[in-house]
Design a protein around this ligand. Structure first.
Ligand SMILES: [Zn+2]
Length: 411
């Protein structure tokens, strides 16, 4: 009864705030629902197959891929698509639907609590890297909390990236883990062994601690990318599945492989899941081509060094001018010193325009990286200025609020 009332309250507040033009209203509605029934997430999860997706990078995209993948079963699948990835957002996503399956993006720090509340059928662990330096917990502490929570959830299937030692530590006490060889370009947050305080060494095809037995586990599926960019997932039983996506970049192929293994753990054929994932063209505006006047801009989000490391691979192949926009607002984390961890040196051959609230911090960093660039405080004018160098097409990379500002100003 109380749960029903709380669900109705959640839906009512959400509908009202949407009508008033105050955004999707998911946080507001969910907050009210949880006030009425503090165990609302438990109640809304009962009788559903729930999959949780967490990690520092790629959660929103992977959540979308698992959602469409599970949809290949013919079942309706609920998801917190607006990206509000704490319990308020989760109850809002579940309150309005009777879908028998749900895929929830979860903030890394909230995983233990949400896992307990939802009794999830599967959990997908992508990576752990530093993000929002001024307020997020230290990544090794987060890995330790995952480890304790997953050890206490013996019925949950865990799908975890075998190439991230912190993720392997976090998943390592769970009863059923399907390791995925998804790769890890950014390794600098994982050089200390979480098991013995020794040193992790990365080499061809794996990693291991130099002082104890902690080492890369054997994956059930591994990402293989050919020099021509074509990719496959190689399962340990010898099955090779083509990975063809409209989403760009190696990191999205890795996300799709993780998603396919999660779908398999939930009883959906990976071939069926992958064929639907291949149709996804954008996720929450990322990778879309938008127009700013007569300029066509490909919009990309990178909010921390790990995200940048992956995107630099993608944009280093291009030739169009690049706009980089950096803010340091609450949702970005107030400390932009992480810019010094990003290998911007690789942009030395590109035409770069720096912008955003923290254009000066960015400009200093680019200067020391040897990247010739111009600065423009206004992001929309920065896009126009970059286009002066080319025939109306540019790449744009922003961190969290910078990306969303540009998305709002585009058509
Ligand atoms: Zn060790």
């Amino acid at each position: 009864m109380r749960a029903q009332l709380a669900s109705v309250a959640t839906r009512f507040v959400n509908a009202t705030s949407r009508r008033l033009g105050r955004g999707q209203g998911t946080v507001a509605g969910g907050r009210v629902g949880l006030r009425v029934d503090p165990e609302l997430l438990e109640h809304l999860s009962t009788g559903r197959q729930v999959v949780l997706v967490t990690g520092t990078n790629g959660k929103t995209t992977t959540t979308r891929l698992v959602t469409v993948g599970l949809g290949a079963s013919g079942d309706a699948v609920a998801s917190n698509e607006t990206g509000s990835n704490m319990p308020e957002g989760h109850v809002a996503a579940l309150a309005g639907t009777v879908a028998p399956r749900a895929v929830l993006e979860v903030d890394e720090v909230y995983l233990p609590r949400v896992l307990t509340a939802t009794a999830a059928a599967a959990v997908v662990l992508l990576n752990l890297s530093r993000d929002q330096l001024d307020r997020t917990n230290e990544v090794r502490m987060v890995a330790g909390r995952w480890r304790a929570a997953l050890a206490a959830a013996p019925r949950t299937h865990v799908v975890a990236n075998a190439d991230d030692p912190l993720v392997v530590w976090g998943a390592g006490a769970a009863r059923d883990v399907r390791w995925v060889g998804a790769g890890l370009r950014w390794q600098r947050d994982a050089v200390g062994c979480p098991s013995c305080e020794g040193r992790i060494e990365f080499g061809e095809g794996g990693w291991a601690c130099t002082s104890c037995a902690f080492a890369r586990p054997v994956p059930v599926a591994t990402l293989a990318v050919a020099p021509d960019g074509s990719a496959t997932g190689v399962w340990s039983d010898g099955t090779v599945r083509p990975l063809a996506l409209r989403l760009p970049g190696r990191f999205n192929l890795a996300n799709a492989l993780m998603a396919a293994v999660a779908c398999e753990a939930c009883g959906v054929e990976p071939d069926d899941a992958l064929s639907v994932m291949a149709t996804v063209e954008e996720v929450a505006g990322r990778f879309t081509v938008r127009e700013f006047g007569d300029v066509r801009a490909r919009l990309m989000l990178a909010k921390n060094p790990a995200g940048w490391e992956e995107l630099l691979d993608l944009v280093a192949q291009g030739h169009v001018p690049l706009v980089v926009s950096i803010n340091a607002r609450v949702a970005d984390g107030g400390d932009p010193s992480w810019l010094w961890d990003v290998p911007y040196e690789r942009l030395a051959d590109r035409t770069v325009v720096a912008t955003g609230d923290r254009v000066r911090d960015l400009s200093v960093r680019l200067h020391y990286a040897g990247v010739a660039h111009t600065t423009e405080e206004d992001p929309v004018r920065a896009v126009a200025r970059a286009a002066d160098h080319a025939a109306g097409a540019v790449d744009v990379i922003g961190n969290y609020t910078a990306f969303h500002d540009l998305l709002e100003h585009s058509a």
